[in-house]
Design a binder for this molecule. Structure first.
Ligand code: EPU
Length: 419
């Protein structure tokens, strides 16, 4: 298993280009199952989760051509096996995103039930309940979700929790149901909007994506289209924290600053100078130590759970005491325990991490447990005295494109140790 070695203490300085968003690319790849012509996607990030989705679609009979590293043409006209098997779903729970499109277009799906994961139990009851309300017959047998229907019909779907992939699954299913669907308490994340934009380019009739009420008028067929995947707001935030935690100056390019309001606000509170361009953000820490910031995660547009671990690392070396409260997932503090091994003074109380910033962390061997936890350990390593070796970085490769190259470009002393 590959590891990352990073020797800390260098203020990061320079520019980095942001890749396409993982959490937009994955639902959009699934949405191509709905089209009866080729869909061309640009700005698709080169990530393990994208590779897994491509493998999943190919197993269904979907034809996929890579034009260059980041542009993919997907033709689902010959899709004929409507199955997402356990061996793929267990490596990537976002495989559940094929459920809505398969039932919506082909009236048939067999998707292995994703189990819990490192950050929480993560049920999919709202995905299943919504499809049932649209008329799908669904049984859960031997760890598989089996869904059948002649044709879905539009329905009013009130989500108990504003689930991101649940909203996406139901929006895709509703796009080719008979009649109108209304999704209430829908997730408002920008990735939901990007998916809706792609579906609209394919001929879907969707209004209200980005608000908590989405109206979908079902259509008989969706067509091929072209779409450019939005930039990754979590990757953007992660590189900005890299600048802040090392007292450096970092410009992130090819991004959408308007997706990062809550994160930028916290970085300013931490003492960073922030300068916004149309598609760029420059963070300048001017060599100063960050100030500790209190955070509470919540659905968009509030502070994202996917940035919580990175701010834990920031608070670990910040001036002052802080509380970070996680409200989305019940077990998303595994990075905190690894940060303790690097000298962080923190304790977990229920769903809150209380932290007293220390002057410096000390490099140590640590273990990545999930994607964002891994990012927080890389950031901690960039700030720490000495060398940190991060094991199990396959988690990072699921969601950060070329992380060691991008950090090296900013001046970090980082390298990949191949196993
Ligand atoms: N929930 C239910 N029932 C459901 C679905 C969700 O109770 O049927 C609960 C979850 O247990 C959780 C809350 O609703 O407490 C919100 O979870 P959500 O469904 O929104 O999460 P998700 O759709 O599974 C996506 C991202 C995650 C991100 C969350 C929250 C993708 C592929 N994944 O997950 O991304 O943390 O939204 O913003 O879009 C990551 O990129 O590292 C990552 C974990």
């Amino acid at each position: 298993m590959d590891k990352l070695e990073i020797t800390g203490g260098i203020p990061l300085d320079g520019e980095v280009a942001i890749s396409g968003a993982k959490n937009a690319a994955l639902p959009i790849l699934a949405a191509t199952l709905l089209a009866d012509g080729p869909v061309t996607l640009a700005n698709v990030p080169h990530l393990n989760d994208v590779t897994t989705t491509v493998r999943l679609l190919r197993r269904m009979g979907v034809e996929i051509t890579f034009h260059d590293g980041k542009t993919i043409e997907i033709d689902a006209r010959n899709a004929s096996r409507f199955v997402a098997p356990y061996d793929l779903v267990k490596t990537m729970r976002a495989s559940i995103l094929v459920l809505g499109p398969l039932v919506g277009r082909f009236g048939h799906a067999e998707v292995s039930l994703p189990g819990g994961c490192a950050i929480g139990s993560r049920p999919v009851n709202l995905h299943v309940g919504g499809l049932r309300a649209m008329g799908a017959e669904i049984s859960i047998e031997n760890g598989n979700i089996r869904a059948r229907t002649k044709r879905l019909r539009g329905a009013r779907l009130v989500l108990e929790t504003a689930t991101v992939t649940g909203t996406e699954n139901l929006m895709m299913a509703a796009a080719c149901a008979k009649g109108e669907s209304v999704i209430e308490n829908a997730a408002r994340e920008p990735e939901v909007v990007d998916l809706a934009d792609c579906l609209v380019a394919m001929g879907a009739r969707i209004e209200g994506a980005g608000t908590d009420t989405i109206h979908v008028q079902g259509t008989d067929r969706l067509t091929g289209a072209e779409h450019h995947v939005m930039p990754d707001r979590i990757e953007t935030g992660t590189y900005l924290v890299a600048g802040a935690i090392t007292g450096g100056r970092v410009t992130v390019k090819k991004t959408r600053p308007e997706h990062l309001d809550a994160v930028l606000q916290k970085l300013e509170e931490a003492g960073a100078g922030i300068d916004l361009g149309e598609t760029s953000v420059t963070l300048d820490m001017r060599g100063r130590r960050p100030r500790a910031v209190d955070i509470k995660t919540a659905p968009y547009p509030a502070f994202p759970t996917d940035m919580q671990a990175q701010f834990c690392a920031l608070n670990a070396v910040a001036d002052g005491a802080s509380a970070i409260t996680e409200t989305i997932f019940e077990n998303r503090f595994q990075h905190a325990l690894e940060l303790q091994r690097m000298g962080a003074k923190l304790r977990i109380e229920g769903n809150t991490v209380i932290c007293h910033g220390v002057d410096a962390l000390a490099g140590a061997p640590v273990m990545a447990t999930d994607l964002r936890a891994s990012a927080s350990l890389v950031l901690a390593g960039a700030a720490a005295r000495g060398t940190t070796i991060i094991d199990r970085i396959y988690h990072i490769d699921r969601g950060y494109e070329c992380i060691e190259e991008k950090l090296a470009q900013l001046g970090a002393a980082i390298r990949r140790l191949a196993s």
